[in-house]
Write a protein that binds this ligand. Sequence first.
Ligand code: 4AD
Ligand code: MG
Length: 467
Amino acid sequence: METIRRTKIVDLLKREDFGAMVNVKGWVRTRRGSKQVNFIALNDGSTINNVQIVVDLANFDEELLKLITTGACLSVNGELVKSVGSGQAAEIQAREIEVLGTCDNTYPLQKKGHSMEFLREIAHLRPRTNTFGAVFRIRHNMAIAIHKFFHERGFFYFHTPLITASDCEGAGQMFQVTTMNLYDLKKDENGSIIYDNDFFGKQASLTVSGQLEGELAATALGAIYTFGPTFRAENSNTPRHLAEFWMIEPEVAFNDINDNMDLAEEFIKYCVQWALDNCYDDVKFLNDMFDKGLIDRLQGVLKESFVRLPYTEGIKILEEAVANGHKFEFPVYWGVDLASEHERFLVEEHFKRPVILTDYPKEIKAFYMKQNEDGKTVRAMDVLFPKIGEIIGGSEREADYDKLLTRIQELNIPMKDMWWYLDTRKYGSCPHSGFGLGFERLLLFVTGMANIRDVIPFPRTPRNAEF
Ligand code: 4AD
Ligand code: MG
């Protein structure tokens, strides 16, 4: 076969130099046609759109044609021609075809319309579907948007460790990391495991959040963000929880909670706008195939300013709804950790736009949050989104050494884990704030997918670590 430099399909479909000889490589999505001429829809992953290859059967060997099946990988040389029927501006009149990889009829993606559950079982192949191609291209673009947003605003990308000895959220949901022989654990006279000979010489785990180390950086570099994987051994099998998920955590010196809310709102709107500007073909595909309200919802979020409301006011609204006959599965009362149904009621039914709930009871929030004067609440903020519920959790941080120490002691957090964190308050303490955005929750919103397992390539959930 003649050597011609390969063109990606995304670029090829924009070309207008009809008559040029081109080469494309990709996988066969469909093949149809008559006894004289066949049409192959070829996709190379660079775009949701296929290029149509027109094949005059008389010009090709019969044995070769038999190998052009759904899923097969082809290299095609041909003439770029203006298209009339393919739905694209350009198509290729094939001159030479090479089958790089054959694909027999055991290929599970023969026809369209598989259930999402089935596609999860073949997560190694699902990127080859239109849906997952779109989702993973959007995932890439969102990651770029995030770095761009912070870089343009003078934030530094700071790398926090994945292996840690401290539990940032204090929720006891950590995966332990050890090289000890689990069949032969050494214990002391109280029955406690002795970690002296473990790899790190103490108990270590995968991190649930980079925030504590992020605060060390913010109180030195001014404004930082982290963007990396985090791990939570929470046994919740829901469409919104993963055991391994990616989180973005900005942390900013001298920001109070209002600045923090401004940053969160600007950040999310920037990401949503980016999706509409840079992933429109993919977003439109998902809108048309799965979720007819998707584009409207994305545009809706951009138009309106987010409601900002204290937790206590939110509870009043929910209690009124209950009094007026609205049925929730879980009870509503001051002090309760809101369930997703409560959050979604506020966002989708009451306000009909995103809500930032602030000033939560201190008992349901982490130790590091700034304590309010009422002695009952802390300067927390959760951003609640339509269809998702909590998409961001954050707070202004307690900057006062004594108050922070008291809270750590009240919660029985071991001081041996926290001395370095307390040093930020001991040496030149400053007001500061930050938050964490769940990357996959943002992707749920932007793609309209219903299950968080479908916006990460290889989901890790309770009892599932396949691939
Ligand atoms: O509210 P969370 O637990 O807050 C923190 O981890 C803070 N350290 C953040 C900070 O202030 N720097 O988690 C933050 C966000 C949640 O709002 C949610 O979007 C996401 O992380 N998240 C999860 N996403 C997927 N699966 C899970 N199991 C998640 N847990 C939290
Ligand atoms: Mg939270």
